[in-house]
Design a protein around this ligand. Structure first.
Ligand code: F0G
Length: 483
């Protein structure tokens, strides 16, 4: 919740208290530089023993509530017909408004099943923007690049006042349908709080317009609701006509306008899992036969019943504005503080984290030097904070093997829900500002080991010279050798 202080300044105040904690450690800069080298300048390959604040992602690392922990214990372990699954299905019906639901082990499993069921060779999918795993599944089923991103002109402007950069362009959608023909359009996919462009929401008005265009032509509509509650929270805050609706009402309205809904449970429901839901029995019956082949029997879908139990409680809690808004409010504060320090960050602040515009942060690094990858590695060396590269390293190469440079080069500092405190955010602000002052020390990266698909997960890079060691030495000079 945002509280106004007597000075007039507004700050997010946590509406929860910590009753269980995990100790974290900060290893000195010299050791961080060595750890980064050992990890191939890829923050995914760091070990948590070397990490102070783990801000890689907001996925699967959120703090659970006491009621969720109770849901973990109060479960019915059964391969089939578990009471816990039916409690989850009731929560889906109450919160999302869907009659039919199946669990899957996480969001990308839902993407796999949807692509497998609905995409034929040569089909295309229209989306506001891709997510990494979404695109891979779509392209694999279609047999080539098939994920068409129909964002608006504002989407890629990092420093902006536009409130709904996650919108899809209705004109571009109409042109695309004309170009490919509706038979080739496997589905139209809207992603809530569009992840890769900085957690930016779409508006209800745009979403209504897009889903209507598709529905009028009989094209299937799909909502990726992995970040639905934050999108709903921002609609309530930013869109005229929604200020008096609750987050719960907005979530239900969003769900009512698409044929198929899916989500990763690792974000909004603060557990590990996922689901696909619909009110259309025919669609459900087309997807569900694949479930046992890839995930498991339909009353667990690859999840443990304990996770299903936690997801059922998380589903009922996620539309509480204190839960839906906890990361939005911290991200807003974080972005505001970084702006105060003159750091180029994606604005307006969105969901899931703060995004540094790495091109503006380190303009001396050429695009061939994987700018966001370099800034992300440098941030770890300067702070012990693990962020994530969301730029060219996170892209797939073009079919001819040439590099596909990302639209935006972002270093994403995720803010997991109910995990980090305001003083930890202030520490992050200070170290990002220090790095910005010393940005000339950051150099580029080059591939050392590059996997053929989703290379950002386990690929290794080399710094073009020993800039990591020099950066650690500069840090030591300013702060001493203990941190
Ligand atoms: N869709 C969106 C919008 C996502 O942000 C993610 C995951 C997925 C689908 C896939 O879900 O991880 O459960 O398989 N995003 C995580 C992130 C990984 O760090 O942003 P998953």
């Amino acid at each position: 919740m945002r509280f106004k202080l007597s000075s007039g300044k507004e700050i997010p105040v946590e509406m929860h208290k910590a009753r269980m904690v995990q100790k974290v450690f900060l290893v000195p800069a010299k050791e961080r530089a060595e750890a980064m080298k050992g990890a191939g300048y890829n923050t995914f390959l760091l070990k948590t023993k070397d990490i102070f604040l783990d801000m890689l992602t907001d996925s699967g690392v959120n703090a659970m509530s006491d009621h969720q922990m109770a849901g973990f214990i109060d479960t019915d372990d059964a391969y089939a017909g578990s009471r816990t699954f039916y409690e989850f299905a009731d929560a889906v019906q109450d919160v999302l408004g869907y009659k039919y639901v199946m669990n899957v082990h996480q969001g990308r499993a839902a993407e796999h099943l949807l692509a497998k069921t609905f995409i034929k060779n040569g089909d295309v999918v229209a989306t506001n923007y891709h997510f990494t795993t979404t695109r891979v599944h779509i392209d694999l089923m279609s047999g080539g690049p098939a994920c068409l991103e129909l964002y608006t002109d504002d989407a890629l402007k990092t420093d902006s006042q536009v409130l709904f950069k996650g919108n899809m362009s209705p004109d571009r959608l109409k042109d695309t349908i004309k170009k490919y023909g509706k038979e080739k359009m496997a589905y139209v996919r809207m992603e809530a709080s569009t992840n890769l462009i900085g957690g930016q929401p779409f508006s209800m008005a745009n979403y209504k317009e897009i889903t209507k265009i598709a529905k009028d032509l009989g094209i299937l509509t799909v909502l990726d609701g992995s970040l639905i509650c934050e999108n709903a929270y921002m609609i309530k805050e930013r869109e005229k006509g929604y200020e008096n609706k609750t987050v719960a009402e907005i979530v239900k309205e969003l769900c009512s306008l698409v044929d198929i809904y899916y989500m990763s449970g690792r974000k909004n429901t603060c557990c590990r899992g996922g689901c696909i839901a619909t009110n259309n029995k025919e669609l459900f019956d087309r997807i569900s036969p694949w479930l046992p082949a890839y995930e498991g029997f339909y009353t667990y879908g690859g999840m443990s019943q304990r996770e299903v139990g936690m997801m059922a409680v998380g589903m009922r809690e996620m539309t509480d504005p204190e839960v839906a808004g906890c990361s939005v409010e911290q991200v807003r504060y974080f972005v505001g503080r970084l702006k105060d320090e003159g750091i180029p960050v994606v604005t307006p602040p969105g969901a899931l984290g703060c995004h540094i515009d790495a091109r503006k942060f380190a303009p001396h690094i050429p695009k061939e030097g994987y700018i966001a990858g370099a800034v992300t590695a440098a941030l770890y060396i300067a702070s012990g904070i693990r962020a994530m590269e969301r730029g060219t390293v996170s892209m797939e190469r073009n079919p001819d093997g040439s590099e596909a440079y990302a639209d935006v080069e972002l270093t994403r500092i995720a803010v997991p829900r109910r995990v980090y405190t305001m003083s930890q955010l202030e520490y992050a602000v200070d170290r990002v500002a220090w790095l910005h002052k010393n940005r000339e020390l950051i150099g580029g990266l080059t591939w050392k080991e590059e996997p053929p698909v989703l290379r950002f997960f386990v690929g290794k890079l080399d710094p073009i010279n020993d800039w990591g060691t020099k950066l650690a030495a500069a840090f030591k000079k300013d702060f001493g050798d203990k941190i």
